[in-house]
Design a protein around this ligand. Structure first.
Ligand code: ADP
Ligand code: MG
Length: 256
């Protein structure tokens, strides 16, 4: 059965989607069967992996709201070995629509069926909020990968995130764990970068990945071509660091 990892931080722009897409692609390159579930109504993972929104008939919205089995919406992405459950902007209504549904916190988990048996890793790209979409991800997953941007107030808001994790552990998913904390958009030339790095490591200890993701312009260009970084520019620093991260994640999950 595959490991299910949610990528979450209620702050936007910290690297959740960039990490979902590129970690997913690098795990696939290491022979892992990988599924990426796009749970953000913005659909940046969907378009970033070359899926045209107008070609999507059934999406994650139908899975959550219309009881569509997850396996029915899965399709290949632009990266070989990486499948995607795509989203559309319709998902932005789901946060409210879920409120009135039965089992509203467990709908993603309930839709998994035997999908877990078909993958080694299932990554869930969460929206920038701690609402019902993210709760669904936390209920369905084994662990959470938290990207933290190296900037002022990096740790701000993380106590809310940790509280939400505790609540989900208590009510829905007692074995929910923290997969790891990833420093993103790091600039080692600045004091600030080093300071945030030290602060995050002091707070989270060994749960912080050794791999740190630097700012790399190629990483920000790749999505507009619908490509993972390893397909857009394999020799870039961005490609290299996500390959390193994939090695760490494999080791942490006993698959190295
Ligand atoms: P989130 O999903 O948390 O909102 P994204 O992954 O979409 O964050 O990243 C926010 C923006 O920053 C995007 O435009 C993305 O291309 C860019 N970005 C993310 N990581 C990096 C990086 N390491 N270097 C440069 N740009 C990055
Ligand atoms: Mg995102």
């Amino acid at each position: 059965m595959g490991s299910v990892i949610a990528l979450a931080n209620q702050k936007g722009g910290v690297g959740k989607t960039t990490t979902s897409v590129n970690l997913g692609a690098c795990l696939a390159d290491k022979g892992q069967r990988v599924l990426l579930i796009d749970l953000d109504p913005q659909g940046n993972a969907t378009s970033g992996l070359g899926i045209e929104k107008r070609d999507i008939e059934k999406s994650v919205y139908d899975v959550l709201i219309n009881d569509e089995p997850l396996k029915n919406v899965i399709r290949p992405s632009s990266h070989k070995g990486l499948d995607i459950a795509p989203t559309t902007i319709a998902l932005s209504g789901a946060e409210v629509e879920l409120t009135n549904l039965m089992a509203r916190e467990t709908r993603l988990k309930d839709a998994f069926g035997d999908v877990r048996d078909n993958y080694d890793f299932i990554l869930i790209d969460c929206p920038p909020s701690l609402g019902l979409l993210t709760i669904n991800a936390f209920t369905a997953c084994d662990s959470i990968l938290i990207p933290v941007q190296s900037e002022y107030y990096a740790l701000e808001g993380l106590s809310q995130l940790l509280n939400t994790i505790k609540l989900v552990q208590k009510h829905f998913n007692p074995n929910l764990a923290i997969e790891g904390v990833l420093l993103t958009m790091y600039d080692k030339r600045t004091n600030l970068g080093q300071k945030v790095n030290a602060e995050v490591r002091k707070f989270f200890g060994t749960r912080v990945y050794k791999t740190v993701i630097p700012r790399n312009v190629r990483l920000s260009e790749a999505p507009s071509h619908g490509l993972a970084i390893v397909d857009y520019d394999k020799r870039s620093r961005g490609a290299h660091v996500y390959q390193e991260l994939a090695k760490e994640v494999l080791a942490n999950n006993g698959k190295a």
